[in-house]
Design a protein around this ligand. Structure first.
Ligand SMILES: [Zn+2]
Length: 239
């Protein structure tokens, strides 16, 4: 499954884990980031789990850009080389030295990375958004609840009017039906607000944090962990 993060996060909508989320904010993160991250992010999870340095850190990560075959690795005269297995058809791709490949991986990470400072900033903005949304929701829900209380009062009055024979049975039934429908609507609205309006926040946080992981990997230079990260963000990486 190819999950693609669209640059529309910049405008308040983003995709994460295959779902579209509506953020409630103005543009928070630099355009650079979104242009660079067309293929970022599949799932959360621990990216920095410690693993032993593999002899060929990028093996299993890449496929050939020309023929889509797997990329294999070997050592020649003290250097690691990666090349297309050429199992399917004629392929003109030559081997590439690990040093060169490392630079390419780093430049990709560079494009999707977010510095710790920027990450903090974005997370702070998300926190402010959350606060704002919560406050608005609270007000909104309170209004809806007072409307709900009004309906209960009206229903009582309606019943009295009917019992006092001020209105007919038919009129009573019609009015009551209307009020009950309104009551259901209000309750649904309240539930929607309470359940749904902040569901985009956690995925947004996880996503931003993963972009910060890319930055940390660049500093650490750990190639195996770069591979783990690139596998997690999920797109087909092409040599
Ligand atoms: Zn090939």
């Amino acid at each position: 499954v190819q999950r693609i993060l669209k640059s529309t996060f910049y405008y308040g909508i983003f995709e994460f884990n295959g779902e579209t989320h509506q953020g409630s904010h103005e543009p928070l993160i630099s355009k650079k980031l979104f242009d660079a991250c067309q293929e970022v992010m599949r799932d959360r999870g621990h990216i920095m789990t410690r693993k032993s340095e593999s002899h060929f850190p990028f093996r299993g990560l890449l496929i050939c850009g020309e023929c889509k075959c797997a990329i294999t690795a070997e050592t020649q005269k003290g250097h690691n080389y990666y090349r297309c297995t050429k199992k399917r058809e004629i392929c003109s791709q030559k081997y590439i030295r690990e040093e060169i490949l490392t630079e390419q991986v780093k430049s990709f990470l560079q494009k999707v990375s977010l510095s710790s400072q920027d990450t903090e900033k974005v997370l702070r903005e998300l926190g402010k958004d959350e606060q704002k949304v919560r406050e608005n929701n609270k007000m909104f829900v309170e209004n809806l609840k007072s409307e709900l209380a009004d309906i209960e009062t009206k229903l009582d009055k309606l019943l009295s009017a009917y019992l006092d024979e001020i209105i007919s049975a038919e009129e009573y039934a019609t009015q009551k039906q209307k009020m009950l429908e309104h009551r259901v609507e209000l309750k649904e609205k309240i539930r929607e607000i309470e359940d749904g309006s902040l569901s985009w926040l956690e995925p947004a946080r996880a996503w931003v944090k993963s972009l910060n992981q890319a930055d940390k990997l660049l500093s650490s230079g750990d190639k195996s962990e770069m591979t783990t990260f690139l596998k997690q963000i999920g797109s087909n990486h092409i040599l």
